[in-house]
Design a protein around this ligand. Structure first.
Ligand code: UDP
Ligand code: MG
Length: 333
């Protein structure tokens, strides 16, 4: 009986025509090394998830799959975002392999960390988080905001692995449990710790992008950060309740004070104090409404229960039509 695990490396790609031809051979080399060193089964594969790219990314993926059967590709029907692309890939792989490793396609994450990841799996861990040991390649701004963000998340009670993004090994056993997390607002790095099972981290230093440009400008980063907070914690709503109680108490004292002042006949035209109070309360109310609105909006999106991904093409479907070969890695019972 074959006991070596079948590994699928899952790589989301969005408009990556510049970097893919550079990094694809690197991924294959790594896979070959992992197979050669006896860590994983020779039936292991590299699965590219085309996230509705508008450039030649899908053509490049199809070309790779044609040349080497270890390369596979699926294509989302349109751009749905990094997190959705990852879920699409993981769900595709879950029944066909024993372990998956998700990694960006731009070569920023050190491929060599995979050796240790697989070793940790062989030691019995079901989830292995790739953690950045430094943030030297980040700008000062990104480094400081990222660190502040992890602190805020932690204080809100969300369990996230510090400096871990989406470079991680997950066993198919974990993926099958993860499939029951049906939410559409995805923040994977915060969801996997919730699945549980034995987990550990391996450390690596992150490099610069090899080619092309980042798809995470400040606005998208802020959106992901908000998604993280609101999908992992409802503490902000509790916080609002706290602020509400505090402000209500102060207002009550204010009413008492103004009544006493009125009775004593000390009332003077207090324009400035009135304006301040109105602005202060107006501000707090709007902010609170906004935060609550965020959660209402999320609930609305969840209630719709739309599919998290729609796959329009698979490289092996094409191949099957051409030469009747079967799908990669037969679905395991
Ligand atoms: N990506 C994706 N869909 C998107 C945006 C990005 O699949 O809508 C992929 C992208 O191709 C890359 C990974 O997500 O493999 C991370 O993106 P990027 O390198 O631009 O982010 P950064 O490393 O700058 O945070
Ligand atoms: Mg990147």
């Amino acid at each position: 009986m074959n006991t070596k695990p079948v590994l699928w490396i899952i790589i989301p790609c969005y408009n990556e025509q510049e970097v893919l031809p550079v990094t694809a051979p690197m991924f294959l080399d790594k896979l070959q090394f992992l197979v050669g060193s006896g860590r994983v089964d020779a039936g292991s594969r590299i699965l590219f998830v085309n996230d509705g790219s508008k450039d030649r990314t899908w053509e490049i993926i199809c070309g790779l799959a044609d040349k080497d059967s270890r390369f596979l590709g699926i294509s989302q029907s349109r751009n749905r975002g990094h997190q959705n692309a990852l879920v699409a890939g993981m769900m595709e792989a879950a029944d066909r392999c024993d372990i998956t490793i998700t990694i960006d396609c731009d070569g920023q994450d050190d491929l060599n960390a995979m050796d240790e990841m697989v070793d940790r799996y062989l030691d019995g861990c079901e989830i292995v988080y790739g953690v950045r040991s430094d943030r030297d390649t980040d700008t000062w701004f990104k480094r400081t905001t990222a660190q502040g963000y992890y602190k805020v998340l932690g204080s809100l009670g969300a369990e996230v692995v510090y400096n871990h993004a989406d470079y991680r090994l997950v066993s198919s056993r974990v993926l099958k449990e993860f499939a029951n997390f049906q939410e559409v607002n995805l923040y994977l790095r915060g969801m996997f710790p919730l699945v549980g099972f034995k987990s550990t981290s391996v450390y690596y230093s992150r490099k610069e992008r090899m080619a092309g440009e980042s798809h995470y400008p400040l606005t998208k980063m802020i959106a992901l950060a908000f998604d993280g907070i609101t999908s992992l914690s409802i503490k902000p709503i509790h916080l609002i309740t706290g602020i509400g109680i505090f402000v209500a108490l102060i207002s009550f004292l204010g009413v008492l004070w103004s009544l006493i002042a009125h009775i004593l006949g000390n009332t003077v035209a207090g324009w400035a104090s009135m304006t301040c109070i109105i602005c202060f309360l107006g501000g707090i109310q709007l902010l609170s409404l906004g935060v609550i609105g965020e959660y209402v909006g999320k609930t609305y999106m969840e209630a719709k229960h739309r599919p998290r991904f729609i796959i329009s093409d698979r490289t092996w479907d094409k191949k099957e039509e051409e030469d009747n070969s079967s799908a990669p890695g037969e679905i395991k019972e």
